[in-house]
Design a protein around this ligand. Structure first.
Ligand code: PFF
Length: 465
């Protein structure tokens, strides 16, 4: 099916970049970033976030891409290839994306529903939003278990179809078109948003420095929030960059790619803020609506734009759908590559089709379960406390991600220092080698622990600081 040791390889560095940026750019950018930035003191959050991206994100991206390329295998096999002692870290990077996919697919399905409904409005169809109140429309949809499950299943089915086709013919081919399209659509929405009356307040909300959030132990809370965001948005500690790195030819410059990905991701996150916050301000709505921001607040904003509303609504939700599906593809690829590579090594046969279906269907079951919960409407809370989406998020984003990254930094910063540096230096001189090793050794583990503690504190509302 695939050429090159039968495993698959990116056709070009641009193709790889579109796939990696496609993985990074997702709901985390279009939804989490602007909202967290607003709550975290605007510029204060941005500053900490950027520091974390440079000192931890860039470092971990280099590490994961190099680990993948060096070992030429999915995440579990990659850690095992370094030493069987580290296999457990690989498993963390396998379980976390599986858990994330469950709720991520449901949210992707929500985006499809909203794109379809806005399209319906363009034709005055009965299946449109029909100026229903934003909150009511959302409530009716999520509590319709059959409808929300169907959208989740369709979203996962599309993801499966792309992953089935393999690395260059599926993922690369799709993301090479989808990512530039997303960019153009985002620019269109930004132009509309910032030219609405009263838009300036939205820009102020995002960018006006408010360092009072750092007071006392407040900085730890903002640091944890920025750290969690940095992990999630760069798709780190998920086995994904390991898998994507494993398809990278030895001639490509890992270090350069590890710089471009976070820059592109951050630019798009800020652009997402420019698209969303001014429109929210103009409609006189709440910035800090959290999860409701994307579906309740924004739909209300589109409802208020008159005849242009459904056009911008459709473009906006379609672009969020693209962002979500290119991320979901990477999550599925991350887990599919694990058994595919194992079997390939054992039998020499590429069983991508079989494992994509098996894991895809398991993800579907998980996604339907999360959808049936209707954001806490139907099922008893997980761990006695969380709606299902938050419970899955807690285990994956709150615990497995920072813990896995912490252990990775310890292994490659302290124990096996040279393996990855040699890999990164293969195609060109690794100029920032000293900086890389210093950060990996000292800064990354400390930051990771702070993020872990901060995430646990905020998820459980422990009030430690
Ligand atoms: N980076 C994606 C986002 O910002 O929405 C989400 C994501 C994709 C997280 C892939 C983790 C991952 F492995």
């Amino acid at each position: 099916m695939e050429k090159d040791n039968n495993r698959g390889q990116w056709g070009s560095n641009f193709g790889f970049l579109m796939a990696a940026v496609g993985s990074a750019v997702g709901l985390g950018n279009l939804w989490g970033f602007p909202y967290k930035m607003g709550v975290g003191g605007g510029f204060a959050f941005l500053l900490l976030y950027l520091i974390l991206v440079v000192f931890v994100g860039y470092i971990m991206l280099n590490t994961e891409l190099a680990l993948g390329r060096k070992t030429g295998t999915g995440v579990v096999g990659a850690y095992r290839a370094i030493s069987t002692k580290y296999t457990a870290i690989g498993w963390m990077g396998a379980i976390a994306p599986f858990l994330i996919l469950g709720f991520y697919s449901m949210l992707g399905g929500y985006c499809m529903k909203y794109a379809v409904s806005n399209l319906g409005d363009l034709f005055n169809a009965s299946w449109g939003v029909n100026s229903a109140d934003g909150g009511e429309f959302f409530g009716t949809f999520i509590s319709n278990q059959a409808e929300s499950s169907i959208y989740t299943v369709v979203f996962i089915a599309l993801t499966i179809l792309i992953v089935l086709r393999g690395v260059s013919k599926g993922i690369e081919k799709f993301t090479k078109v989808a990512m530039p399209a997303l960019f153009v659509m985002l620019v269109i929405v930004i132009i509309r948003s910032v030219t609405l009356p009263g838009a300036i307040e939205g820009l102020e909300f995002m960018f006006k420095p408010d360092f009072s959030v750092f007071q006392g132990t407040g900085w730890i809370t903002v640091l944890a929030s920025a750290g969690g965001q940095m992990f999630f948005t760069l798709s780190l500690a998920m086995g994904i960059m390991v898998a994507y790195g494993s398809y990278l030819p030895k001639t490509q410059d890992i270090n350069k790619n590890a710089m471009i990905i976070p820059i592109a991701d951050t630019v798009i996150a800020i652009m997402a803020g420019l698209a969303i916050m001014p429109a929210v301000a103009s409609a006189g709505m709440e910035f800090g609506a959290g999860p409701g921001l994307l579906f309740v607040t924004l739909q209300t904003v589109f409802n208020g734009l008159g005849i242009a509303g459904p056009i911008f609504g459709f473009i906006f939700y379609a672009l969020v759908f693209i962002a979500a599906i290119t991320s979901a593809i990477s999550l599925l690829e991350g887990i599919v590559s694990i058994p595919v590579d194992k079997k390939l090594k054992e039998t020499g046969i590429n069983q991508r089709t079989k494992y994509t279906w098996i894991l895809g269907i398991l993800v579907m079951i998980e996604g339907v379960l999360v959808s049936l919960d209707g954001l806490g409407t139907y099922f008893p809370p997980l761990f006695g406390k969380f709606i299902w989406l938050d419970g899955f998020d807690l285990v994956s984003e709150g615990i497995l991600m920072p813990l896995g990254a912490f252990l990775t930094a310890i292994v490659f910063g302290w124990i096996r220092k040279d393996v990855l540096v040699d890999e990164i230096s293969l195609s060109s001189e690794f100029k920032s080698k000293k900086f890389y090793l210093f950060c990996l050794k000292y800064l990354a583990p400390v930051m990771m622990l702070l993020v872990l503690v901060g995430q646990i504190n905020s998820f459980f509302g422990l009030g430690w600081f």
